[in-house]
Design a protein around this ligand. Structure first.
Ligand SMILES: [Zn+2]
Ligand SMILES: [Zn+2]
Length: 185
């Protein structure tokens, strides 16, 4: 996903409204168990801040699909991520990595938490920034619902659809002194 920054203009404070969409899988095909069907929408504002520096403020919208960690049913969800990105000409980005301070005294801590991405020539490529934003937005654990009962470890029955017969057959019923133990396993 690329933007020609000549469209933004070269005056400080020039703006370019951005509305782009691509198949989300073009940005990120898959990640762990996640896949990304549908489109990724990016909208926001790109602003030229002088000295080859640009700032993007906006959001991205996409959907992911992944299996429930307990029952393996496919879960789909839509996400909206906030995008606050800074882009600098490649030469500036590399020359600054070693010595952060002094170079630009006018911008203090506010920009420190905004990731800076280098660009070459007059093309900004949002792909890396979007990939990172998408990955950060994904949940660490996917559940179809908070109280998903999962699959029976013995017969594979989806316990959300009802109890299986394993428990009564294998434990000898609730009378068995080991019945409670089996329930824990
Ligand atoms: Zn589940
Ligand atoms: Zn079972």
């Amino acid at each position: 996903m690329r933007i020609d920054i000549r469209e933004v203009g070269r005056q400080n404070g020039s703006n370019l409204p951005v509305h782009l969409q691509v198949p989300a899988s073009e940005i990120l095909q898959s990640y762990r168990d996640f896949s990304f069907p549908g489109l990724l929408f990016v909208s926001g504002n790109l602003r030229y801040e002088g000295q080859g520096k640009l700032r993007f403020d906006g959001s991205g919208q996409f959907s992911w699909q992944a299996p429930c960690a307990r029952c393996l049913e496919t879960v789909s969800q839509e996400e909206t991520v906030r995008l606050r990105l800074s882009f600098r000409n490649e030469s500036q980005c590399t020359s600054e990595t070693g010595s952060e301070p002094a170079a630009t005294g006018e911008e203090p801590e506010t920009t420190a938490d905004i990731p800076c991405y280098p660009y070459t020539g007059h093309i900004i490529d949002l792909t890396t920034a979007l990939t990172e934003a998408i990955i950060l937005a994904l949940p660490t654990k996917v559940l179809c619902r908070a109280d998903c009962r999962g699959l029976c470890p013995h017969c594979g029955q989806d316990l959300n659809e009802g109890p299986c017969t394993c428990r009564t057959e294998q434990t000898g019923g609730s009378q068995s002194p080991f019945g409670a133990l089996n329930n824990l396993l």
